[in-house]
Design a protein around this ligand. Structure first.
Ligand code: C2E
Ligand code: MG
Ligand code: MG
Ligand code: MG
Length: 282
């Protein structure tokens, strides 16, 4: 073996690349098991309506508590699931947990709205979108209680296909939200083409809007433009009261971020909603 290695020009590379590929492959296998065993957790982060000062919706965010490696970021395992052909199963898993939570909240007197994140490549996968429409119809939840968050990259490769697929599912009553707005490419042309209801301004612009003149101009003009287009605006990544107050003054519709609530369990969201109802009644 040593002799073989000595003459192998790929030796140095092979070590690291192979190890990396192997690590990803084993993680992909474990992801299948994790989904099957229900080891993935779905948390919900509230969105605050800035005029009503009430939580009116939530966003589902998936978590993987890996047995050995601890909590893994979705930014790490979502791309892996996409590459490995597991993203449709994972998305349906998140969808099912979200439907369960919506039923639970509604049964307790809180008919709120929930958003799920849709990977770019799923938007233009006809089989997936058809299956999603079927699941929505069978869910017992009104389509109006659901929002699909998509990123600009969803529309990059096949803008016409993405627009048609989103229009078809939107016709059911589901709303479409553009996530991480401002970080992608050709944003204006997508705003023009895609059938949208909501625009989420990326946190990299939101966080300094109250302290940075340039960001303030960008966020304020984005809010105004979105309103002219008939879209609701969500500000992501609101981490302090100064930011929240600034957004309110700027006419932003909804805010989401650690200052309002971290992503949390369905039960904890229920408590927040109960609390809010008691405060309103008092
Ligand atoms: P996203 O959809 O833009 O979600 C917002 C991310 O910002 C979440 O990270 C959330 O925990 C984080 N966040 C919320 N408030 C704050 C804040 O005040 N400050 C800061 N610094 N961060 C905040 P998370 O949960 O790690 O998710 C990362 C990304 O992974 C999401 O970005 C989304 O693109 C993707 N993702 C998560 N769950 C799913 C899923 O079920 N399906 C798909 N396709 N993607 C998902
Ligand atoms: Mg999102
Ligand atoms: Mg986002
Ligand atoms: Mg993001």
């Amino acid at each position: 073996d040593a002799a073989e290695e000595a003459g192998d020009p790929w030796r140095f590379h092979a070590g690291s690349v192979e190890a990396e590929v192997e690590r990803e492959l084993s993680l992909l296998g474990e992801l299948d098991e994790a989904v099957a065993a229900g080891e993935l957790e779905v948390l919900f982060q509230p969105k605050l309506d800035l005029r009503a000062d009430r939580i009116v919706s939530v966003e589902a965010l998936v978590r993987w508590r890996h047995r050995e490696r601890g909590p893994l970021s979705p930014d790490l395992f979502i791309p892996l699931a996409e590459k490995g052909g597991r993203i449709d199963g994972l998305t349906f898993y998140v969808f099912d947990r979200t439907i369960e939570a919506l039923h639970r909240w509604a049964a307790a007197g809180h008919p709120i709205v929930a958003a799920i994140n849709l990977s770019a490549r799923l938007v233009t996968a006809p089989d997936f979108m058809a299956a999603l429409a079927d699941r929505i119809a069978a869910s017992g939840v009104a389509p109006e209680a659901l929002i699909l968050e998509v990123t600009e990259s969803a529309a990059m490769h096949d803008p016409a296909g993405a627009a048609a697929a989103l229009a078809a599912i939107r016709a059911l009553g589901v709303r479409i939200s553009m996530d991480d707005y401002g970080t992608g490419q050709s944003t204006l042309s997508y705003l023009k083409r895609l059938p949208l209801d909501e625009l989420k301004i990326d946190r990299s612009f939101v966080q300094h809007a109250h302290s940075d003149r340039g960001d303030a101009v960008l966020v304020r003009s984005t809010i105004d433009m979105a309103h002219e287009l008939g879209l609701k605006v969500v500000a992501e990544g609101v981490e302090d009261e100064a930011c929240l107050a600034w957004l309110r003054a700027a006419g932003c519709d909804l805010a989401q971020g650690y200052h309002i609530s971290r992503p949390t369990s369905a039960g904890a969201v229920l408590e927040l909603l109960d609390q809010q109802q008691r405060a309103a009644a008092a």
